[in-house]
Design a binder for this molecule. Sequence first.
Ligand code: NAD
Length: 293
Amino acid sequence: MVVGFIGLGTMGREMARNLVKAGHAVQAYDVAQVAMQDVVAVGGQAASSIAGAASGAAVVITMLPDTPDVQAVVLGEGGLLHNPPAGRLIVDMSTIAPQAVRAMAATLKAEGIDLVDAPVSGGPQGAKAATLTIMAGGDADAFARARPVLAAMGTTINDVGGSGAGQTVKLCNQLMVGINLQSVCEALALGRASGLDLVQMREVLLGGSAASWMLDRLGPAMIAGDTSAGFRIDLQLKDLRLVQELASALAVPLPGRALVSSQYLEAKAHGEGGNGNQALFKVYDRMTNQSAG
Ligand code: NAD
């Protein structure tokens, strides 16, 4: 299949490489020229515009930072609304607002173009290993057309409902990610202050009822004081903002979200927005006057 891919950042470049490896002809576009190098290196083609990425494609995938970025690429000047792929299918895999997805889907539908929202979970490791969890919303028929392409990037692929449902499930995921990571920070801070061996403590806890993806995958970097990204604190803050927008619209109180958002904001205020989200532990370094590593 000819697949257009727009947004070749931390996640997108790995996902696009897997599409090439699965035999698809990938036409990649990113505003940052350098971002396309990894895909070209495995046989993808660099496009010079959104229209170039979409030209002759069965589907265009977008993997962009935030809602306004996707709106610009889809609805903006030179965007996909006016330069649709031949297959008239767009799959947005970014994490953005479900309300915005539904509005875009309606605008596109009026022009005979389908939009599937298909955000992912699994981080850069999952993107690289093609083991992402993909939660998709949109028409069942459009999902069925997208599925062969999604299968090159993920292993757990579910149609979770109509337009925006994929993003809604993803926001629930991000709420849990944020709060779960904070719980790991808090336990590690207490263990450290108690003089425990944190490497051993993590191994022990992974065998019990407090085990979690965060403790498993991010615990080692937290204990070592490794702040590299991964999933940036700035993106976690963006997701917690999207969660709040949804919760406010539905009048659902989320006190846990409010607390962890303040802590991520504290990290950002210290210039740490570009760190990986595991570096939330630095907030606990400051609160306890101790440091990791
Ligand atoms: P990133 O910032 O590393 O990559 C985004 C890419 O989009 C960049 O290369 C940027 O140059 C490009 N871009 C921005 N605006 C553009 C435009 N108008 N046209 C073309 N290219 C443009 O972000 P990421 O970490 O790859 O995340 C992408 C999305 O996936 C985000 O919504 C994020 O929340 C979500 N996500 C990220 C992770 C993770 O672990 N990093 C995990 C799951 C989901």
